[in-house]
Design a protein around this ligand. Structure first.
Ligand SMILES: Nc1ncnc2c1ncn2[C@@H]1O[C@H](COP(=O)(O)OP(=O)(O)OP(=O)(O)O)[C@@H](O)[C@H]1O
Ligand SMILES: [Mg+2]
Length: 269
């Protein structure tokens, strides 16, 4: 269980995340939505501790993640695997080596210096690539792949970290519609098949509503919506995006909200 309590992250006078509180039960697929600058990336980076919270706490299974240092902090970063818009792979290295990088946090330092990968780690990396139909490309230079293929390599790398959480920051922002679907389906597979909690920042409300079982809406650093996608009314969408909701909804009319569980319970159900 991930518990975020009064989380604030300031850059100078600006609160990029401002008093965010929510709980995420294991196994959820949570979308974080909101306009540019709302604080979505900072929220994910703070959870992973790439950004340092100014106030508040993050607890995971009762452990105060905000207080971790040194080796324990490195281990947390591996357990909360990040996926970025720009993939963050090493282009000149082959696909398999990029996936194996996800094993580094689990290796003793001396072994990572020798760069001798264990056979069992190679097998794990190959099986992760197989999950996403990428095994045949294991020996290819990574910078020769398409964007959608590169993002699948990044997802395979995250998977071999054997994480508790996947934090995906606009993972499809630089992809075409076909690759968008392939990559979102890969994240859905990680969530449903492996039971790993996914928290995914998305610009598109349509995508968020079709893939996520819960949405957290942010505006000016604050959580202004937390609930099932069906509870996201046009009124809330307008508040989130500060424009005509139909523009971000892609012209698709919104369903009439049904009876929706209380805020925050969707992922726990
Ligand atoms: N390292 C930083 N230093 C200073 N200000 C920052 C930093 N990171 C983020 N900010 C500011 O914090 C606010 C939230 O930024 P953030 O990147 O989290 O928003 P976002 O919702 O991810 O936006 P986008 O949809 O454009 O990615 C913005 O006003 C941004 O300029
Ligand atoms: Mg962002």
């Amino acid at each position: 269980m991930l518990v975020v309590e009064g989380l604030t992250c300031r850059f100078g006078a600006k609160a990029a995340v401002d008093g965010a509180s929510f709980e995420i039960a294991p196994g959820g697929f949570v979308g974080v939505i909101g306009r540019s600058g709302a604080g979505k990336s900072t929220l994910l980076r703070t959870i992973n501790r790439l950004a340092t919270p100014t106030e508040g706490r993050i607890l995971f299974d009762g452990v105060d993640v905000t207080a971790l240092r040194g080796k324990e902090l490195r281990q947390w970063r591996a357990r909360a695997a990040m996926i970025f818009q720009q993939f963050n792979l090493v282009g000149r290295l082959d696909v398999l080596t990029n996936v194996l990088m996800g094993r580094l946090a689990a290796m003793p330092a001396w072994r990572s210096l020798t760069q001798a990968w264990l056979e069992e780690d190679k097998a794990l990396a190959m099986s992760a690539l197989e999950q996403f139909d990428m095994a045949s490309l294991a020996a290819q230079r990574t910078d020769q792949l398409s964007g959608g293929q590169q993002q699948r390599v990044a997802i395979a790398r995250a998977l071999v970290q054997q994480p508790d959480l996947i934090l995906a920051d606009e993972p499809i922002a630089s992809l075409d519609p076909r690759n968008t679907k392939i990559v979102m389906d890969a994240l859905l597979r990680i969530n449903k098949h492996f039971g790993i909690t996914v928290i995914c920042n998305l610009h598109s409300l349509d995508l968020a509503r079709s893939y996520c079982d819960r949405l957290i809406g942010m505006a000016a650093g604050r959580v202004v919506f937390d609930g099932a996608p069906s509870a996201l009314t046009e009124h809330v969408a307008r508040e989130l995006y500060d424009l005509e909701a139909s523009e971000v909804m892609g012209g698709v009319p919104l369903p009439v909200p049904e009876a929706v569980p209380a805020l925050g319970t969707a992922a726990a159900a």
